[in-house]
Design a protein around this ligand. Structure first.
Ligand code: ATP
Ligand code: MG
Length: 567
């Protein structure tokens, strides 16, 4: 392709965005922001996107069958699954003006994901155990009402995703397939040049399953997630569920002091309390009152320098879901306003769960279950019974210890480029998707879902592979393999080389514009195509070969150039 056929150009004067990928992709002419979180893909950008999609497609074809589902769907499907009211990023669309609404006032969902669409389709054609297992996938545009679109392609309101849905006759079959999907995912990331930096991370399975899901997290400073890696086993967890032990708060030599009830008028919240009492937060107990979906009241306690993980607490209590109790419920349960809950004197109706950061602690402070009062110098055994069991309820922090290896976690910032979930029967139940087993008995189908963020991946590649001059594309997804620059006086030679390369099937972008050499070289660096070839009067019939990721160039004959590019 000739540069002049792009009908776009580099815009070095484009403003700096909040992320390297937004800035470089805009300056290099790959994308154009239409509004926050919504981008047009220009010729160069589309070529990269297509290449990423081709790699994903090739790997997914090994484990599934491609289909294409719509972006619009009826509200009824989402009512049926119960997700119309629960997905916090779901968007809808309807007629934009009066004349349009006169035709129809119907409202549609702009799909954020496709379980609701794929399940009825799969059900229509597959009814016998002999039809299973199978998987449908698509590469398609998703819409999400993100609170903050940011970091360029990393978090958009409209973005490309590969989503795959698998269907099984048993849980074992699902788990077996789930492992295969993991391998197919890693094959994708390896081909994109980020295999060594991509970690399979255990994450929560969400409210409807005790299973975990898995995220694929790439080390990337612009990412939004913290990943906790056990340095010995190399098992990684996301922050929501990482098992953790707090570094010990050393109280060696300290003797138990007399229990004291202290007036802490109007002091609620850990920050205010430690400032008021002038104590180390590690001496304080944070007690929060939760209520489960069954109405059970829970008091969860953790050391003052930690927060409570709702997800861990849900696991520990075995509740389907739970949330912080209302002020009224807290008042009824503790006899005090919110902010003064503690572990001494709670009614039996409240079940107590204590985090292991509080094991062995002496002389601690906690709420007195009386408005405006806290106890200080509380001691297990003397002032209240020591818990029979401790739990891990805390939100993990850098510096925490992995219980598995007893070593501090390695912590890194990651960007989630994939996510896979064993769904179980959630959607087969909602859409009554059953199969006849070998005895003719109807059973619910087991499902899994598997996503890859295609556009986010494109952004992540730029975040990882660039220098001060521009992008450095991995060969597998570069918009072209060769960036040919012809300088004044070498047009005929360039034309010949361009034809030779095309004949050989080498994808080449030929900068044949009448602009200065400096502009051409700077553009080549900014755009980031792996091999730059220069022909000029100075190369006298030969070709200057330079790789984008190297500082040195060499002079080659045309034959050597062509044979080097032969695959
Ligand atoms: P996140 O936690 O980042 O919001 P998610 O868990 O809601 O993502 P999934 O529903 O698991 O996202 O979607 C599958 C994949 O799609 C994600 O792993 C991610 O790579 C990508 N993705 C999700 N939301 C966005 C977005 N707003 N913009 C770009 N890519 C996204
Ligand atoms: Mg996810």
């Amino acid at each position: 392709m000739k540069f002049s056929q792009l009908h776009t150009r580099t815009i070095k004067e484009a403003r700096e965005y909040d992320s390297v990928n937004a800035t470089l992709l805009t300056q290099a002419g790959f994308i154009d922001q239409v509004m926050a979180g919504v981008y047009a893909f220009l010729p160069l950008g589309l070529r990269v996107l297509n290449k990423i999609e081709t790699i994903v497609r090739e790997e997914m074809d090994k484990i599934g069958t491609e289909i294409s589902m719509p972006s619009l769907s009826p509200m009824t499907l989402w009512q049926q699954s119960g997700r119309l009211e629960t997905i916090d990023v779901l968007m809808k669309t309807t007629g934009a003006n009066e004349i349009s609404k006169r035709k129809s006032t119907k409202e549609y969902i702009l799909n954020a994901t496709h379980e609701e669409i794929v399940t009825p389709i799969a059900k229509k054609f597959n009814a016998s155990y002999k039809d299973f297992p199978f998987a449908f996938y698509q590469i398609q545009t998703k819409f999400r009402n993100e609170a903050r679109a940011k970091s360029g392609l990393l978090r958009g309101r409209e973005f490309r995703m590969k989503d795959l849905y698998s269907f099984h006759t048993s849980e074992e079959e699902l788990i077996d397939y789930y492992q295969k999907a993991k391998e197919a995912y890693m094959a994708v990331y390896r081909r994109l040049g980020i295999g060594d930096d991509t970690y399979i991370v255990q994450a929560s399975g969400g409210a409807f399953t005790d299973n975990y899901s898995h995220e694929f997290q790439v080390k990337c400073e612009t990412g939004e997630d913290q990943v906790f890696l056990d340095p010995v086993s190399k098992v990684a967890f996301n922050q929501e569920i990482a098992p953790s032990r707090a570094p010990v708060f050393d109280q060696a030599g300290e003797q138990p002091q007399p229990l004291h009830k202290t007036l802490t008028k109007g002091i609620t919240g850990m920050q205010a309390l430690v400032e008021f009492l002038q104590v180390d937060p590690r001496r304080c107990v944070k007690t929060l009152i939760y209520q489960t979906s069954n109405g059970q009241l829970i008091a969860a306690a953790v050391r003052g320098d930690y927060d409570i993980s709702d997800e861990k607490l849900r696991h520990a209590t075995g509740a389907t879901s739970l949330s912080l109790a209302s002020e009224t419920v807290v008042r009824e349960a503790t006899g005090a306003e919110t902010g003064y809950a503690g572990l001494i004197g709670l009614p039996d109706s409240v079940k107590v769960f204590v985090d292991d950061s509080l094991q062995g602690i002496i002389n601690f402070e906690c709420g007195a279950n009386e408005t405006d009062y806290h106890f200080t110098n509380v001691n297990w055994g003397r002032d209240l019974p020591e818990p029979e069991t401790y739990h891990d309820l805390k939100v993990v922090k850098p510096g925490d210890i992995s219980p598995e290896s007893n070593q501090p976690y390695e912590v890194f910032v990651g960007s989630e480029v994939g996510n896979i979930f064993p769904l179980g029967t959630k959607y087969s139940q909602a859409f009554d998707f059953t199969f006849a087993d070998q005895n003719g008995k109807e059973q619910l189908v087991q499902m899994g879902c598997y996503g890859i963020g295609i556009t986010r991946l494109m952004g992540v590649l730029v975040e990882k592979f660039h220098d001060e001059k521009g992008i450095i594309w991995p060969e597998s997804v570069a918009p072209f393999r060769v960036h040919l620059i012809s300088l004044r006086g070498a047009e005929a030679q360039a034309q010949q080389l361009y034809q030779n390369l095309a004949q050989q099937g080498v994808e080449v972008l030929w900068d044949e514009r009448e602009v200065s050499p400096g502009i051409k070289f700077a553009d080549a660096d900014l755009i980031g195509i792996p091999v730059r070839l220069v022909v000029s009067e100075r190369t006298s019939g030969q070709v200057e070969w330079k790789q984008r990721n190297s500082d040195t160039s060499e002079l080659l004959s045309v034959e050597d150039t062509l044979s080097r590019l032969q695959r």
